[in-house]
Design a protein around this ligand. Structure first.
Ligand code: ARG
Length: 407
């Protein structure tokens, strides 16, 4: 009996070619699985068209799974709670979607009694790591196949291969960008941007074209760290993200141009557009400034860096990442309140207000006017003891030279 393989299918050139190539070269049966994580099938195409392509390429079956809510509520929500930005900038757009896809691949592999799963990644990126380590964590018994790492075809060869096998692709030999997208944003690679000195071209952007010059104001409400309302209206998270992408994106907010460090040792220049992701993380972090006690806030900032690295590196399903999730989740008990965001074209976000029933901000302690409740005299002894070590050191070793350099 032929080996049965469940393929993570996007509908693009590589995964379409992968279906026929694996059948021809490896004699396997293919079940294609298309996971909807909020990508926009390009305007002229529906998921049904994409399914027809998988079947034309030779798949036995093409299963379409709607995972938008799951992506939002389990994956984006955790990234918001962690304020997760890889290398301080990238909100993990592609990295967050891969574990969602892996979970469904494994689920379908079990339903179809498959012995292996497959992906269309090359050997140069992070996504192969995320697919394979993720699968190892959820189903260590499954084999993982990576045809695009084996076939040695250029893009032009793949287009020829598709033509030879009558696979109805839309791609041409001169496609410029490689784009990955989901609810959390879009990642753009290849083409002219491979020169890190070249300014980003306007054409690959779709979410962040400036269409309004008026400032856009939005109030986001959080409940225990999760965004739950937009302008006072309860909204499920997937919809809230999609709406915020449109509203913030219309002012041009949400673009990143960065050179990042891939897990496989390559530096790569990438463009991202992720208006909702960046806005929600900024708003959430701002609310935390109001409600988290200082030591907890500082420790959380350190762990946030590690959380983002682990997720970037394909360790979503790992013991350390899960332990950090427990820390983050506990830290969110009082992260409830409202944040006012103002977007101004082109591409500026200012957070202009925040309030919370759990705020540790205390007007009496903070104010410099007559309502002051702070006991100033307490500071005298505190500062003396706090600086005692430095003072003793200066007395013993000689004070630092206080003379400024002569001009
Ligand atoms: N460099 C980003 C990451 O590793 C984006 C990857 C995009 N993937 C793609 N197949 N275009 O998360």
């Amino acid at each position: 009996m032929a080996k049965r393989v469940v393929l993570a299918y996007s509908g693009g050139l590589d995964t379409s070619v992968a279906i026929r190539w694996m059948i021809q070269e490896w004699g396997v049966e293919i079940i294609a699985v298309l996971v909807d994580v909020g990508q926009d099938p390009s305007s002229s195409e529906s998921f049904e068209d994409i399914k027809a392509r998988a079947l034309a390429a030779g798949a036995l079956e093409c299963v379409i799974v709607d995972a938008r809510r799951e992506m939002a509520e389990e994956f984006c929500a955790k990234a918001i709670a962690a304020n997760a930005l890889y290398e301080g900038k990238y909100p993990l757009v592609s990295a967050l979607s891969r574990p969602v896809i892996v979970r469904h691949l494994v689920d379908q592999a079990r339903k179809f009694n498959a012995q292996a799963v497959a992906h269309g990644c090359t050997g140069k990126g992070n996504d192969q790591v995320r697919f394979e380590v993720g699968t190892a964590a959820l189903a260590p018994e499954l084999e993982v196949l990576a045809p695009a790492r084996n076939w040695g075809m250029t893009r032009a060869d793949s287009v020829d291969f598709a033509e030879k096998w009558n696979i109805p692709i839309k791609a041409t030999k001169d496609k410029i960008y490689s784009i990955d997208e989901n609810l959390w944003g879009r990642a753009i690679e290849c083409g002219a941007i491979e020169d890190p000195w070249a300014a980003p071209p306007e054409e690959p952007y779709t979410l962040t074209r400036v269409t309004t010059l008026e400032p856009v104001e939005v109030t986001v409400s959080f409940t225990e760290g999760v965004p739950t309302k937009l302008d006072g209206v309860a909204t499920d998270l997937a919809e809230l993200i999609a709406t915020l992408n449109l509203r913030a994106g219309s002012t041009g907010f949400g673009r990143l141009d960065m050179v990042e460090n891939r897990r496989v040792g390559i530096k790569s220049r990438e463009l991202y557009e992720c208006p909702a992701a960046l806005a929600l993380i900024a708003a959430h972090a701002d609310l935390e400034d109001m409600v988290l006690e200082r030591d907890l806030a500082h420790e959380k900032m350190r762990l946030s860096i590690r959380w983002a690295e682990l997720v970037y590196d394909g360790m979503w399903f790992s013991p350390l990442k899960e332990a950090l999730d427990a820390f983050v989740s506990d830290s969110q008990r009082h992260v409830t309140g409202d944040v006012r965001l103002r977007f101004e074209a082109p591409g500026l976000l200012r957070i202009v207000g925040r309030r919370s029933p759990a705020a540790l901000y205390d007007y009496g302690l903070a104010t410099y006017d007559a309502a002051d409740t702070f006991r100033h005299s307490d500071s005298e002894g505190f500062v003396r003891i706090y600086g005692l070590g430095v003072k003793t050191w200066a007395q013993r070793q000689g004070a630092k030279n206080a003379t400024p350099p002569s001009p």
